[in-house]
Design a protein around this ligand. Structure first.
Ligand code: RIB
Ligand code: CA
Length: 331
């Protein structure tokens, strides 16, 4: 089998979930060829997010994968816009980069990774890569879609030249996770999600909250994974142990990791439907929300919407890829 060529477009994380997803994909170079990591504002501002991802790549010995800095802010949404939304329609439970300072803190261990971001920006990298490998590149978007929207704004013809788009974002038939209506990645940049989903990309697969809600990570599995002591599991412990220490019944959503597992083994998904998904871009209580469109609307695209998964298989892949023991240098 030839490896899928992918661009991993991410809003980053210390470990869960963007970094864990990247570690999973990088652990299967036989299936996935990561042409580059592009960072977008979302969970973190881009400079901080880039440091998280460079640190991860160094830890797993994959720092030959190039990393590119992308859009620092969404197309329309902004901290001021979010404040207006909250004042009028109630809280947004997580605002990611909108609540962050400009200070970039070093990753775990107190030292920045040796590899630095490439000087080319994420958008030119995305454009050049699709031009270089027409019909071969899968865009894997696990953050707000601002980088992709900007690439397609510059070159609308590229949409027909990508192999496909697989993304984590949105909610078809379940409530949102940052407002009653909206999932975080779509809420942070609804206009980008709307614009990208309106493009004639041949194959679009959505991993929204409908599927990701089904896979809570519990302490028992976390404990088993971190019992294998590696640089990666030390990072996992550093990021995720405090919540489990405070509450043994706590759970984590591992959103982006489900997208990664499917790229590695598509049989992990057990239910999906082709559905017309609409993204709400009007400024109101449901800003950034998504839903199954009941009537045809311009820009509403029918997507493959993933709905359920084989939990045992998913967590087996997750564990295998994150708890790989270090290779014995003497072997
Ligand atoms: O709503 C979940 C998504 O928002 C995940 O991609 C998470 O990493 C954040 O970006
Ligand atoms: Ca993410």
């Amino acid at each position: 089998m030839t490896a899928h060529r992918i661009i991993f477009d991410t809003d980053s994380a210390v470990f869960n979930d963007d970094a864990a997803a990247l570690a999973m994909l990088a652990g299967r170079p036989d299936v996935v060829d990561i042409l580059g990591v592009t960072v977008v504002a979302g969970n973190y501002p881009v400079p901080q997010g880039a440091e998280h991802m460079l640190h991860l790549l160094e830890l797993i010995g994959a720092d030959d994968i190039p990393l590119y800095l992308g859009a620092e802010s969404p197309l329309v949404n902004s901290p001021a816009h979010a404040a207006r939304q909250e004042a009028r329609w109630g809280p947004v439970s997580f605002k990611g980069a909108f609540d962050a300072t400009d200070r970039v803190v070093p990753p775990q261990g107190g030292r920045f990774a040796a590899a630095r971001p490439r000087t080319t920006g994420a958008v030119p990298f995305i454009i050049d890569t699709i031009d270089r490998y027409p019909h071969e590149v899968t865009l894997v978007a696990v953050g707000p879609m601002t980088n992709l929207a900007r690439a397609f704004q510059r070159r609308p013809d590229l949409a027909a030249l990508v192999k496909g788009l697989v993304f984590m974002g949105g909610n078809a038939r379940v409530p949102g996770n940052v407002t009653p209506a909206a999932e975080f990645n779509f809420w942070f940049d609804p206009e980008a999600a709307h614009a990208v989903l309106a493009m004639p990309i041949p194959d679009v697969v959505m991993f929204g909250l409908d599927i990701t809600n089904h896979a809570p990570l519990r302490k028992s599995l976390f404990d088993r994974i971190v019992a294998t002591d590696t640089p990666l599991t030390r990072l996992m412990r550093h990021d995720m142990a405090p919540r489990f220490e405070a509450d043994a019944a706590a759970t984590y959503h591992v959103w982006d990791c489900i997208t990664a597992a499917w790229l590695i083994d598509p049989s992990v998904v057990t239910a999906s439907e082709r559905l017309p998904i609409a993204v709400e871009t009007s400024f109101g209580a449901t800003y950034g929300g998504s839903s199954v469109a009941t009537a045809p609307r311009p820009g509403t695209r029918t997507l493959e919407v993933m709905l359920d998964l084989d939990l045992e298989k998913f967590f087996r892949i997750y564990e295998e890829l994150l708890a790989t023991p270090p290779t014995d240098p003497a072997a």
